[in-house]
Every structure is written in structure tokens, then in C-alpha cells.
Design a protein around this ligand. Structure first.
Ligand code: AP5
Ligand code: MG
Ligand code: ZN
Length: 214
């Protein structure tokens, strides 16, 4: 099963992708998490990505595509995967489709998690992220057992550098401009499914499971 998560920054792509990955035993691949892991470890890739991310801009397609194709060619991806934050532009989607077509394959579901912009800024200010394993929490809606500590790996939880309100605003603009056109793109391929992302997160997940098991 190959799934693409669509939705604005903060819509809950990462939260739902992690739950899907666990339930169906497929890898959760987040390009944002891969970049943050590289930033934390001070790699060249991380240094380059950070200059774009801190301004709320997209990392260039060329670099992002290279990393993603490398990741999906690993053995653990044979049975499928859930992509979170990729593709984010039409050219990225075309490269992915081209690669899958070579293997007579394609994306099974593109799940669009719909959340209006007004909800986003407040969600982001309460988010806490584990830079070690990528797990995501919210101080009110999805609190960790112990404040500031990741339930999954014991890592330290932080407010992401790009979650400042000004940067969130910029990310929303970039989303509407460059990423939202993917909704039409996947609708055209007959794999788009919309989910109401304003509901409580377990309700959102229940709706997703219904779609996947439809
Ligand atoms: P990325 O890490 O992908 O960030 P994003 O798309 O902006 O999305 P977020 O991770 O902010 O939100 P999310 O939808 O995962 O929401 P979450 O589940 O955390 O990308 C970061 C940057 O990297 C980009 O800006 C770009 O620079 C670069 N990048 C990455 N991929 C790229 C690509 N392909 N091409 C180019 N550049 C790329 O939820 C948000 C919060 O809300 C959490 O606190 C959560 O607990 C809470 N929450 C979730 N669901 C609910 C709910 N139903 N009710 C209440 N609270 C909820
Ligand atoms: Mg995310
Ligand atoms: Zn962790």
C-alpha cells in the first residue's frame, strides 16, 4: 500500500502518518523529519536545507527528490510506505510517478487532511517535536506522559524553529501556492480522498482507516 499525505502545514499529516505506519506495518517517510535529523547532526545536507526551512520556503526539488528516491528504494519499502510532506510540488509528484511507473506501480491513496488556515497557527504554537525520532506531540491535544520528554524514545521535545507565527504564515502561503495544486493532480489520477482534519485526532484516524479498508 503506497500512500501520500496531503494537507497544509500543521494539518496533522505527521500525526496520522505515524498511526497508519504502525497499524499497517509500513515505513513512515517524512522529508521534513529527514531534513531535521540532518540539521541536528550537522551534515552538509542539513546545513543546506536549514537555510530554506527557517524561512518557511521549500527545499529545492532537485535535492529533495534525490533524498526521497534513495529512501523509497530501501528494502523496507517493498510492501509500501506512507509519504508525509512529499511530494510538495507538481515536479516532485511527476518524478515519483515516473519512478513508480517503471515498476508498473503507482500511488494507491492520496489523503488530503483538510484544516482551514485559522486553526493552523494555534496548533503549531502548541506542537512539540522529538528531534531524535520525529514523534510529534501537542501540549493540549496530544501531551506526552512526561513534559518535555518523548514517550517513544526518551528524547527531548522542542518547539520547531519554523513554528514561530511569522514563519507559519509564510509556510501557509507556500502551501497554497505550490502544494495545493497536488489535490487536483491526484484527483485526476482517481486516488484522492478527503478527510476532515478538524476532528479529534482519533476520529480523523478512524475516517482514514475506513478509506484504506473501504
Ligand atoms: P514538514 O516537516 O513536512 O512540515 P509541514 O508540511 O509544514 O507540516 P508539519 O510537520 O508542520 O505539520 P503536520 O501536517 O505534519 O502536522 P502534525 O501532525 O505535526 O516540512 C518542514 C519544512 O521542510 C518545509 O517547510 C520545507 O522547507 C522542508 N520540506 C519538507 N519536505 C519538503 C519537500 N517535499 N519539498 C521541499 N521542501 C520540503 O500536527 C500539528 C500539531 O497539531 C501537532 O502538535 C499535533 O499534535 C496537533 N494535532 C494533529 N492532529 C490534531 C487534531 N486532529 N486535533 C488537534 N490537534 C492535532
Ligand atoms: Mg509533519
Ligand atoms: Zn522520540
Amino acid at each position: 500500500m503506497k500512500i501520500v499525505m496531503l494537507g497544509a502545514p500543521g494539518a496533522g499529516k505527521g500525526t496520522q502518518a505515524a498511526m497508519i505506519a504502525e497499524k499497517y506495518g509500513i515505513p513512515h517517510i517524512s522529508t521534513g523529519d529527514i531534513f531535521r535529523f540532518n540539521i541536528k547532526n550537522g551534515t552538509e545536507l542539513g546545513k543546506e536545507a536549514k537555510t530554506y526551512m527557517d524561512e518557511g520556503k521549500l527545499v529545492p526539488d532537485e535535492l529533495t527528490v534525490r533524498i526521497l528516491l534513495d529512501r523509497v528504494s530501501k528494502d523496507d519499502c517493498r510492501e509500501g510506505y506512507v509519504l508525509d510532506g512529499f511530494p510538495r510540488t507538481i515536479p516532485q509528484a511527476e518524478v515519483l510517478d515516473g519512478k513508480l511507473r517503471e515498476m508498473q506501480d503507482g500511488i494507491d491513496f492520496a489523503l488530503d487532511i483538510e484544516v482551514p488556515d485559522e486553526h493552523i497557527v494555534s496548533r503549531m504554537s502548541g506542537r512539540r517535536a522529538c528531534l531524535n525520532c520525529g514523534a510529534t506531540y501537542h501540549v493540549r491535544y496530544a501531551a506526552p506522559k512526561q513534559e518535555g520528554v518523548c514517550d517513544a524514545c526518551g528524547g527531548r521535545l522542542v518547539l520547531r524553529d519554523d513554528d514561530k507565527p511569522e514563519t507559519v504564515q509564510k509556510r501557509l502561503e507556500v502551501y497554497h501556492d505550490q502544494t495545493q495544486p497536488l489535490i487536483e493532480y491526484y484527483a485526476g489520477k482517481g486516488v484522492l480522498k478527503k478527510v476532515d482534519g478538524t476532528q479529534e485526532l482519533h476520529k480523523v484516524f478512524a475516517d482514514i482507516v475506513k478509506i484504506l479498508e473501504g
